[in-house]
Design a protein around this ligand. Structure first.
Ligand code: IPE
Ligand code: IPE
Ligand code: MG
Length: 251
């Protein structure tokens, strides 16, 4: 056994710049102990803190957390309400920690569909932390990738019709400028907890070449070491981008 800790084994020169996470399994975590699903969501907050801190400590520049999907609006009303008030109180409570840790908060998704209280709390935290530079924490709220891509397409169509853009603007980089994630690098690593192996309408465009990492751990059980393990797994992979292994080695 090596005496190095998991964290020490990470090659900081090959750190992903952007990690995206589907925080899944809160409900099952609660159910396992005979508690209500909402208890799982409450306990998921600690994992958010752990993973955010671990990412910032390492020097990851962007961390995107999928907190609420467009499809999650179809859950029972009491669960949606509980999640919304948990979001408000958590953002309110964590904003001082974000400030202290020099972390900038951003949000992607259909923010206008959130309750006004959430929008205000979010806006406050985003404005307060806007000049922080250590890491950007992106919350995906009422987020759906198909919705995001469609609204980007609509915006392009509108600008085309108005003569603001031409045929030449229909290129990937210009299209990306219309996505919610404009300005953020593409995630190199996507982590999903709870053993489910699907994307669930998360960053469909942006994850085109991301390495996918799945763990059986339920979200509320996630700790710093689990993030380190995922990054180590990522660092053992060969990212070929369509090329051959030989081409990469000769480079
Ligand atoms: C993830 O946990 C949190 C949200 C989707 C808001 P779930 O609530 O999906 O938990 P499971 O998947 O039912 O266990
Ligand atoms: C995905 O989890 C959304 C979030 C983690 C916010 P879900 O639990 O909603 O995903 P599905 O419906 O099981 O695919
Ligand atoms: Mg789930």
């Amino acid at each position: 056994m090596s005496s190095l800790s998991l964290k020490d084994k990470i090659d900081l020169a090959k750190l992903p710049k952007h990690i995206a996470v589907i925080m899944d399994g809160n409900g099952r975590w609660a159910k396992k102990q005979g508690k209500l699903r909402v208890f799982g969501h409450k306990n998921g907050v600690l994992a958010v803190r752990e993973i955010t801190e671990a990412a910032a400590e390492l020097g990851v520049k962007y961390l995107t957390l999928y907190a609420f999907s467009k499809e999650n609006w179809n859950r029972p009303k009491y669960e949606v309400d509980a999640l919304m008030s948990l979001l408000v109180s958590t953002i309110g409570k964590e904003v001082t920690t974000l400030q202290k840790n020099n972390i900038r908060l951003k949000a992607i998704g259909d923010i206008a569909s959130l309750p006004l209280k959430n929008q205000r709390e979010l806006e406050k935290a985003i404005t307060l932390t806007k000049n922080n530079s250590r890491m950007t924490l992106v919350l995906a709220l009422s987020y759906g990738s198909r919705w995001e891509i469609l609204q980007a397409a609509k915006s392009m169509a509108h600008k085309y019709k108005e003569g603001l853009i031409s045929d030449d603007d229909f290129v990937e980089s210009r299209f990306e400028a219309e996505l919610n994630t404009t300005g953020f690098p593409e995630p190199e690593l996507m982590i999903r907890t709870s053993g489910e192996k699907r994307i669930s309408n998360f960053l469909l465009w942006q994850l085109a070449y991301a390495e996918l990492y799945f763990t059986e751990k339920l979200w509320p059980d996630m700790r710093k070491e689990d993030l380190f393990e995922a990054i180590l797994d990522y660092q053992r992979r060969e990212r070929r981008f369509g090329k051959t292994s030989e081409q990469l080695q000769n480079n």
